[in-house]
Ligand binder design. Structure first.
Ligand code: ADP
Length: 605
């Protein structure tokens, strides 16, 4: 309780007042006492002087006097001292020998005739004028004693001796003291009451500030300190309210930023893991957990454990180096392997150096696949070109080595060289087609096409081979779908590839049916059905891959490049359609091209 500022303030004020009152009191009372005592003494002295002047005209000595004269003198002195001692003092008149001639105290009448032996009297009779002293009698009363010589014609004829009680004076002093003490007590009491009220005006805003500070510390920003006036405490309250506002704003901005960051993190398509300076994972986003196949990370898991990689690259990142690595993950036995690119970046803090690391995981499976297929494609192209080139080279060498001298042999060799060259030209033309459709997918030059005319033209282009192999062809176009809005060159290429395949892989005397109709899904379906050798089931899903052939030797003999179906698929996809193949080994194959029917004039694929 004594720690409260209110009590301290009150005690301080009370002590100050007490000290002030004490000082004033001591000074005042001592001054008062001096002045009272002085006036008492001078009064007494005046009285004594008056009496001595009066007595000096009388003959105090008992010598040469008869008894009646003595008795008259004694009665006169008695009356005189009684009159003089109105103020209650005892007055004695003494003769030159110090014998008491008269006393004003009725109870001490027996003293008359006896000698007063007091020291003061002795000195007065020796002619010392001012003899004073203060005594304390047996009743503990202070008394002032004065003795003065009575001088007549320069001769000491006696003395007077006055004893005056100072009781009244001390009583007055005590009364004043009492008034002073009670005034002090009243002043202290009033000060205490006023102190409580006034200190309250200082301490209550401080208490309010304390409450508010506690509220802010606990995160409650809605309370405000009341502001009383413009004094220092008022200014402090205004400043405090201001601070609370700013703190609350700053906190809400901070929270907003945090939420933004959290929502960015959780909606990112990349996985993110952040660590502290020791490499322990502190933040992960949903995508990262999904990529790594973990539901929840245990506390204290390190980044290398979470990623399943060596500690070294992470230690290097925590030293300030950036790095990037590829991570292969097989989440499920049945699923294919995923490839992630992990980019490790240190988190730097202004004064702390490296405060952690961030690992960003990107799913690069598709990219890696593409890269892989590109590599394969280049390898395949090189291989496909090398085979005819090697053949050409060896036949040319053979001609050089003397085969030219034998015309029938030379003819055959030149024939091989020509056919191999033609094969290379076909291959290069196919590759050109592929790359053209790879690069300009959306740039179709659509035109209104009569379907019957288009399909019959395809058959016409192959009439020679068809006749050679005695293959029967039928073309059927549904009446309600006579025309379509197509890139004629592109679709011609598709049909050429498909019909040429149908001819190549159909034995002599087979049939090929070509039909066009619109299906229930609103698509144009062009089907090429043959009664050829068919495709084994295991090869069906790879048949559209570039350079894929069921029987390499056979295809090559037929002049195939292994690119026909993949070119067809590219073109159909550029039209926004799809291509499907159904086949049964030894029975036949149906290739169906589905194209969306787009309104005339439309450019969209
Ligand atoms: P190719 O130039 O070798 O014909 P394609 O890409 O056109 O290349 O065809 C790939 C492979 O698919 C062919 O080698 C062949 O084995 C098979 N194939 C394509 N069409 C047919 C079909 N109508 N009947 C049987 N097999 C076919």
């Amino acid at each position: 309780m004594f720690r409260s500022i209110q009590i301290k303030l009150i005690l301080m004020v009370l002590l100050l007042i007490l000290i002030a009152v004490q000082l004033i009191g001591v000074y005042f009372i001592s001054t008062m006492k001096n002045s009272l005592t002085n006036s008492f003494t001078s009064n007494l002295n005046n009285q004594a002087n008056l009496l001595t002047t009066f007595l000096s005209s009388l003959n105090l000595s008992a010598d040469n006097k008869d008894e009646t004269a003595q008795a008259a003198t004694s009665a006169m002195l008695s009356a005189l001292v009684n009159n003089f001692s109105l103020s209650g003092a005892e007055i004695q008149v003494l003769d030159a020998g110090g014998k008491v001639l008269a006393t004003s105290n009725p109870s001490l009448q027996s003293y008359i005739g006896r000698k007063n032996t007091s020291l003061l009297v002795g000195r007065a009779l020796q002619g010392v004028r001012d003899n004073e002293e203060e005594i304390i009698d047996e009743d503990n009363n202070r008394k002032k004693v004065i003795a003065k010589p009575v001088i007549s014609n320069s001769k000491i004829i006696g003395a007077i001796y006055i004893v005056a009680s100072m009781k009244e004076l001390y009583k007055t002093m005590e009364g004043i003291n009492r008034i002073f003490v009670s005034a002090t007590l009243i002043a202290l009491g009033l000060t205490a009451v006023l102190g409580v009220l006034l200190a309250g005006t200082i301490t209550s805003p401080i208490k309010a500030l304390t409450r508010q500070a506690t509220a802010v510390a606990e995160g409650r920003f809605d309370e405000r300190v009341p502001v009383f006036g413009k004094d220092e405490i008022g200014q402090l309250s205004v400043a405090f309210n201001d601070m609370t506002d700013r703190l609350s704003d700053a906190l809400s901005i901070n929270e907003e930023e945090k939420e933004k960051l959290a929502s960015i993190l959780s909606n990112m398509s990349d996985g993110v893991l952040a660590t502290d300076e020791l490499g322990k994972v502190i933040v992960t986003n949903r995508r990262a957990r999904g990529m790594l196949g973990i539901l929840e990370l245990k506390d204290g898991t390190t980044l290398s454990e979470a990623l399943g990689i060596e500690k070294e690259p992470i230690a290097e990142t925590l030293e300030g180096k950036e790095s990037s690595l590829l991570l292969n993950r097989e989440l499920d036995e049945h699923e294919e392997e995923l490839v992630f690119r992990v980019t490790l970046t240190p988190i730097r803090r202004r004064d702390k150096g490296v405060a952690g690391a961030i690992a960003v995981l990107q799913d690069v499976t598709e990219m890696e696949k593409l890269e892989q297929s590109r590599r394969e494609f280049v390898a395949n192209v090189s291989h496909e070109l090398r085979t005819p080139l090697t053949t050409i080279k060896s036949y040319a060498e053979a001609l050089d080595d003397g085969a030219l001298e034998e015309p029938p042999l030379a003819d055959r060799f030149v024939g091989v060289i020509r056919s191999e060259t033609e094969r290379m030209i076909r291959l290069v033309t196919d590759l050109l087609h592929l790359s053209r459709f790879d690069s300009r997918r959306n740039q179709l030059r659509r035109q209104k096409t009569d379907l019957t005319e288009m399909l019959e033209e395809v058959v016409d282009r192959f009439s020679f081979q068809l006749r050679q192999k005695a293959i029967t062809v039928s073309v059927k176009v549904e009446k309600k779908q006579k025309t379509a809005w197509l890139d004629r060159d592109g679709i011609d290429q598709v049909l050429d590839n498909l019909v040429s395949n149908a001819i190549k892989y159909t034995l002599d005397g087979g049939t090929i049916d070509i039909s066009a109709k619109s299906n229930e899904a609103g698509q144009l379906a062009i089907a090429i059905k043959d009664t050829g050798i068919g495709i084994p089931k295991k090869d069906l899903n790879r048949i559209f891959e570039r350079f894929y052939r069921v029987d390499k030797a056979r295809s090559r003999n037929m002049g195939g490049t292994g690119l026909g179906l993949s070119i067809a698929r590219e073109i159909v996809r550029a039209h926004g359609g799809s291509i499907a193949i159904e086949s049964e080994a030894g029975v036949g194959t149906v290739v169906t091209v589905l194209l969306p029917i787009v309104p005339e004039g439309s450019e969209t694929a």
